[in-house]
Write a protein that binds this ligand. Structure first.
Ligand SMILES: Cc1cc2nc3c(=O)[nH]c(=O)nc-3n(C[C@H](O)[C@H](O)[C@H](O)COP(=O)(O)OP(=O)(O)OC[C@H]3O[C@@H](n4cnc5c(N)ncnc54)[C@H](O)[C@@H]3O)c2cc1C
Ligand code: FES
Length: 264
C-alpha cells in the first residue's frame, strides 16, 4: 500500500485510565498493510477544517475484521476532541507512513522497552517477532499501576509477563524502566543468551538512556522518535531529527531510527 487517504469508522472508543484511551476503527486498508512501527496521519473532522492531521501508531490490527486499534493519550485539543468520537463517527487517515522496525535477520532474542504511551508501536512488533520464533522480553514503564494499560496485551503477545516499573512504586520496580533494562541486559549476558536486537519507544530521556545502555552492551538498537508533524509525508520539514548523517525527516526517514545515528 502506498500513501492512501482512506476513510476510517470508529467501532469503539474506551477510556482506560487517566489520560489514556483505546480507539478501535474499521479501516481495512490500514489493517491489511500496516507494518510494525509505521503510523497513520489522522484527520480531526469535528474540529476546524484547517486543523492539521495528527500522527498515531497502530497498537493492534485484525486483518480478518479490518479493524485497527489506536492507544492514545490526551495531551491537547486534538486528542481531547478524539475522546468524544462515538461508534459510527467517520474520519480519514493517510497511511501507512514511515520506516518500520527493521530487525536483523539472525535475531533469536529481542528486548522491547516501552515508556508510557510509547508502548503503543511495540505491540505489532512483539507479535511479529513471536510469530518468527524470536524469544521476546518486554519492559514497560509508567507513572503508576493503572497506567500500565498494555500489560495484559503484551503478556498475551509474548507469552510472558512483561517486567514493569512505576515511578510511584505501585506496581513492579519503583523508579525508571532503565534499571530493568540494565538488569535484563546483564541477565541475558550472564545466561550466555544475549539479546540480538532491542526496540525502544517512550519519553525522549528514557529512549536516550535506555538506548545508551543497550548499545554499550553491544546490542543493535532502534528507537521510534516522535516529532510534531504538519504534512506527515515528507514535504514540509517540520519534523526534523538531527542525526550523524545530517538532518532527517521523522515522518518518512523515520519514525524508526537506528539509535546509533541519533544526535540526542
Ligand atoms: C510517529 C508518531 C506516532 C505517534 N503515536 C502516538 C500514539 O500511538 N499514541 C499517542 O497518544 N500519541 C502518539 N503520537 C503523539 C500524538 O501525535 C500527539 O500527542 C498528538 O498529535 C497531539 O495532538 P493534540 O492536538 O492533542 O495536541 P497539541 O495541542 O497539538 O499539542 C499538545 C502538546 O503535545 C505536544 N505534541 C504534540 N504533538 C506531538 C508530537 N508528535 N510529538 C511530541 N510532542 C507533541 C505539543 O508540543 C504540546 O506540548 C505519535 C506521534 C508521532 C510523530
Ligand atoms: S511532517 Fe512534513 S516533512 Fe515530516
Amino acid at each position: 500500500m502506498g500513501l492512501e487517504d482512506t476513510s476510517a469508522r470508529v467501532v469503539a472508543n474506551k477510556h482506560l485510565f487517566g489520560p489514556l484511551y483505546l480507539m478501535e476503527l474499521d479501516c481495512p486498508a490500514v489493517a491489511a498493510n500496516i507494518m510494525p512501527g509505521q503510523f497513520v496521519h489522522m484527520a480531526l473532522p469535528d474540529r476546524d477544517a484547517s486543523v492539521l492531521r495528527r500522527p498515531f501508531s497502530i497498537f493492534d490490527r485484525d486483518e480478518d475484521t479490518g479493524h485497527i486499534e489506536i492507544l492514545y493519550q490526551t495531551v491537547g485539543a486534538g486528542t481531547q476532541a478524539m475522546t468524544g468520537w462515538q461508534p459510527g463517527f467517520e474520519t480519514r487517515m493517510i497511511g501507512c507512513i514511515g520506516r518500520p522496525w527493521e530487525v536483523p535477520f539472525s535475531t533469536k532474542r529481542a528486548l522491547l522497552v516501552g515508556g508510557g504511551v510509547g508502548a503503543a508501536p511495540l505491540n505489532l512488533l512483539c507479535q511479529q517477532l513471536v510469530d518468527e520464533g524470536v524469544d521476546v522480553d518486554v519492559i514497560l514503564g509508567a507513572q503508576t499501576e493503572g497506567a500500565l494499560v498494555c500489560r495484559k496485551r503484551y503478556e498475551e503477545a509474548c507469552g510472558k509477563e512483561p517486567r514493569c516499573s512505576t515511578d510511584d512504586g505501585s506496581f513492579g520496580r519503583e523508579g525508571f524502566a532503565t534499571v530493568l533494562v540494565e538488569e535484563a541486559l546483564d541477565a541475558a549476558q550472564a545466561a550466555g543468551t544475549p539479546y540480538d536486537y532491542a526496540a525502544v519507544c517512550g519519553p525522549e530521556p528514557l529512549m536516550r538512556a535506555a538506548s545508551g545502555l543497550i548499545m554499550d552492551a553491544g546490542v543493535a538498537c532502534q528507537v521510534s522518535l516522535e516529532r510534531r508533524m504538519a504534512c506527515g509525508v515528507g514535504a514540509c520539514l517540520s519534523c526534523v531529527v538531527e542525526t550523524v548523517d545530517g538532518r532527517k525527516r521523522a515522518c518518512v526517514d523515520g519514525p524508526i531510527f537506528d539509535a546509533e545515528v541519533v544526535v540526542w
